[in-house]
Design a binder for this molecule. Structure first.
Ligand code: AP5
Ligand code: MG
Length: 191
C-alpha cells in the first residue's frame, strides 16, 4: 500500500492537484479539511466543536483528525494507496501517523510539497472566497492566522520528512496545468 502526503500552506493547490492525482494513480483521497467541512454541514457534534476553531483559522485537536484518518484507512482495505491532503500538520500528527502505519507494517511513501509565497496564498484564498464561500476564507485575520499557524506548526514537518528521505518539493507557482505536470512527473518517478 502506498501512502502519499500532499503538503503545503493554505491555498498552495493541495486540493486542486489531489483530484486528478487520485484518478491517475488510483489512490483514495483523504482531505481532513473536507471531512471536517462535511461534519459541519451535517451539524454533527464533532462539526459543532470544529466549526469555531476552523473559522478562527486554528487547528482542531490532533485526536479528532487522527480518528478520521484511522476510520478512512479501516474503511478502504482494498485500495492501492492513500493521498493524505492536509494531514499531518503538527509534529504530533506526524509521529502518530508513523505509529499508525508501523502497526500496518507500512510507511510514508512520499511527501509532495507545493510551495508558494505568503502573498500568493492571500491572493489565491481571496479568489477562492468569491467562488466557494468557505467560512475560513472570509476574513483577513483568519487567513493571516492560518498562514502564521502553518509556519509555526506545520513547516517543521519538512525537516522530519527530509530526514526520512521522502520529501519532494515542487514550485507551486505557474498555471494550474504547469504545476500539475510537475506533480505528475514527480509521481511517475516515486510511485
Ligand atoms: P484545509 O481544508 O486543509 O485548508 P488549508 O490547508 O488551509 O488548505 P486549503 O484547502 O485552503 O488550500 P489548498 O492547498 O487545498 O488549495 P486549493 O487547491 O484549494 O483545512 C481547513 C481547516 O481545517 C484548517 O485551517 C484547520 O482548522 C482544519 N484542519 C484540517 N486538517 C487539519 C489537521 N490535520 N489538523 C488540525 N486541523 C485541521 O487552491 C486554492 C485556490 O487557488 C483555489 O481557488 C484554486 O483554484 C487556486 N489555484 C490552485 N492552483 C493555482 C495556480 N497554480 N494558479 C492560480 N490559482 C491556483
Ligand atoms: Mg484544500
Amino acid at each position: 500500500m502506498k501512502y502519499f502526503i500532499m503538503f503545503g500552506p493554505p491555498g498552495a493547490g493541495k486540493g486542486t492537484h489531489a483530484a486528478p492525482m487520485v484518478k491517475k494513480y488510483k489512490l483514495k483521497h483523504i482531505s481532513t479539511g473536507e471531512l471536517l467541512r462535511s461534519e459541519i454541514a451535517a451539524g454533527t457534534e464533532l462539526g459543532k466543536q470544529a466549526q469555531a476553531l476552523i473559522e478562527k483559522g486554528d487547528f482542531v485537536p490532533d485526536v479528532v483528525v487522527e480518528g478520521m484518518i484511522a476510520n478512512t484507512f479501516a474503511a478502504n482495505p482494498h485500495v492501492k494507496g492513500f493521498l493524505l491532503d492536509g494531514f499531518p500538520r503538527t509534529i504530533q500528527q506526524a509521529i502518530d501517523l508513523d505509529e499508525m502505519l508501523e502497526s500496518r507494517d507500512e510507511k510514508v511513501t512520499g511527501v509532495i510539497s507545493l510551495m508558494i509565497p505568503d502573498e500568493e496564498i492571500k491572493a489565491r484564498i481571496k479568489g477562492r472566497a468569491l467562488v466557494e464561500g468557505r467560512a475560513d476564507d472570509a476574513n483577513d485575520e483568519t487567513i493571516a492566522n492560518r498562514i502564521r499557524t502553518y509556519h509555526a506548526k506545520t513547516e517543521p514537518l519538512i525537516e522530519i520528512y527530509k530526514e526520512k528521505g521522502v520529501y519532494h518539493e515542487i514550485n507551486g507557482l505557474g498555471t494550474i496545468e504547469e504545476v500539475q505536470q510537475r506533480v505528475f512527473d514527480l509521481m511517475d518517478e516515486i510511485c
